[in-house]
Design a protein around this ligand. Structure first.
Ligand code: HEM
Length: 512
């Protein structure tokens, strides 16, 4: 017995020695190859001073001119690799997806406030893969738009309710857009129809999402560095952040549990395949499976409501700033659909200009200019440069979609760039970048496209969107966007009025 203990301790000592020697050798010899180029770091802080606190995508775009498609910086020891071209993003995040699909940092914050198991933030492990499989099966991957066919009626119904809200209160358009995109997600995810005014589930999801945005407090950030803090009792003085984390966690648990349980009851009562949740319930094999389904479906609202609100707001902004584009789309709608009914998702293939307009919305101001960071799970080399395990990889989607070599006059909103006309080949489809890459690409892509199309087409068929007028003068929106992971247009004014009394009557009639 004694001999085996001393054998075990010799092995431990040998192992520790090996690790120490490895660390010393790595420190003395440096990385096994050059990191991708970038601004010169300073000791300890690295490139902290080079990174602006907002609109980082604009700075990264300038760095491309100096250092090329693949730039790297270090932030207090954390290596960050910025990809400024579609080719580099595809090579690293798609072709080498097996080692570049993890998600980064703030592990403890996310754990403490309960988000670490949701899809957008979870590591690339078996839970993540199960969630993505579930969503892929029922929502489809890029191009599998037919997966949404069973939900067309629900999406159209919510879009019609949106038009009624706009008719009643056009000034509150951003609020109506958010309410509608959220309601569409809940319809598709759970078969749940949100009520007008205060709605229990919308309230639940909104509370959890806004809680997430306020989650990183000093306490949770300290817990990133000192994981032991995770275990201190929340009643101790100075540990109020733990109480807050507990509250936020309860909101996240409620967001996952309550709608799922409700969908379960509804599915057993109605016995129909009316939502992604109910479709999944029919296929459950065990508890682990159910856990994945619950979190996969529960991740849709937080994953989609902000980006969709941003995209539809960008559409409205573009219509104010580009009246000729609006008129052209309305001419197409009037010609193909007429004025007696609303456009439907099944009309999509007959409305090429409207389609091109939606693509241009994605390109002109992508909802997430830098996507969501990926994290490498293995050391690897790319174009001769060393990308160590644990590096964060950011794709500059904003730059890729404004590259003047690919999109001439990139600042102009011009749907024609995506049309095959006068023998000119359409410019590159922005969906190749705007929904992210590889094994973490957006699982809501088909729902996003269906929602954007139906909201934009129905708005234009019955409303005119023009500049607001103040003191007899037109108010021109700045066209600027906010900072942050999702970059919304800065608040702007506009006038949204029915195109005719017949259009107003049509709006009321569709939800009667
Ligand atoms: C205009 C609309 C949208 C845009 C531009 C967009 C864009 C993105 C991007 C860039 C990512 C990160 C991909 C990556 O890491 O490579 C992402 C992830 C995600 N999106 Fe979307 N999205 C949109 C709509 C939606 C909708 C409607 C839903 C849900 C119904 C949704 C749910 C998600 C989820 C759950 C993730 C995390 C996926 C993962 O980490 O595995 N998104 N989206």
């Amino acid at each position: 017995m004694e001999r085996s203990v001393s054998f075990a301790s010799s092995i431990s000592v040998a192992l520790i020695l090996c690790i120490v020697v490895y660390i010393i050798r790595r420190t003395l010899t440096g990385p096994p190859g050059p990191y991708p180029p970038g601004p010169q770091p300073i000791p300890l802080l690295g490139n902290l001073a080079d990174i602006p606190s907002s609109y980082q995508w604009k700075t990264y775009s300038q760095w491309k001119r100096r250092w090329g498609d693949v730039v790297s910086i270090s932030l207090c020891g954390q290596r960050i690799v910025i990809l400024n071209s579609l080719e580099a993003a595809v090579d690293l995040l798609e072709k080498r997806g097996a080692i570049h699909s993890d998600r980064p940092v703030l592990q403890k914050t996310e754990e403490l406030v309960g988000w670490s198991q949701t899809l957008a933030l979870c590591p690339y492990d078996s839970h993540c893969r199960s969630m993505r499989r579930v969503l892929r099966r029922h929502m489809g991957g890029r191009g599998e738009t037919e997966k949404m066919n069973t939900f067309h009626n629900k999406i159209e119904w919510e879009a019609h309710k949106f038009l009624v809200r706009m008719l009643r209160d056009p000034e509150g358009f951003v609020q109506h857009v958010r309410r509608t995109t959220g309601a569409i997600i809940l319809q598709v995810a759970y078969g749940y129809e949100a009520s007008e005014g205060r709605d229990l589930l919308i309230g639940l999801f909104e509370r959890a999402v806004s809680g997430f945005n306020s989650a990183p407090t000093l306490g949770t950030l300290l817990a990133e560095v000192l994981p032991i803090l995770k275990w201190i009792p929340s009643l101790l003085p100075g540990a109020e952040w733990k109480m807050k984390a507990k509250r936020l966690r309860a909101d996240v648990e409620a967001m996952m549990d309550i709608p799922y349980r409700k969908a379960k009851v509804d599915a057993s009562r109605r016995g129909e395949e009316s939502s992604i949740a109910s479709k999944c319930m029919e296929e459950l094999v065990d508890e682990e499976d159910e856990h994945a389904v619950k979190f996969a479906v529960g991740s849709l609202y937080p994953g989609g409501v902000d980006t969709m609100t941003c995209a539809v707001s960008n559409f409205l902004l573009a219509m104010v700033l580009y009246p000729d584009v609006q008129k052209k789309a309305q001419r197409e709608l009037d010609y193909v659909i007429g004025v007696d009914r609303m456009p439907r998702l099944s009309d999509l293939s007959r409305l090429p200009y409207m389609n091109a307009l939606c693509l241009e919305v994605h390109r002109w101001n992508p909802a997430t200019p830098l996507g969501i960071p990926h994290r490498s799970s293995e050391d690897n080399f790319f174009q001769g440069y060393y990308i160590p395990r644990g590096s964060l990889l950011l794709v500059n989607i904003w730059h890729i979609l404004r590259d003047p070599d690919v999109y001439p006059e990139p600042l102009t909103f011009k749907p024609e760039r995506f049309l095959l006309q006068d023998g000119k080949i359409p410019e590159r489809d922005p969906r190749s970048a705007v929904f992210g890459f590889g094994r973490r690409s957006c699982p809501g892509v088909n729902l996003a496209e269906a929602t954007l199309f139906v909201m934009c087409a129905t708005i234009l068929s019955v409303f005119d969107i023009t500049k607001a007028v103040e003191d007899g003068k037109e108010v021109v929106p700045s066209g600027l966007h906010g900072p942050g992971t999702v970059s919304h247009p800065l608040p702007f004014q506009c006038q949204i009025r029915p195109r005719s009394s017949a259009a107003a009557a049509l709006i009321r009639q569709t939800t009667a």
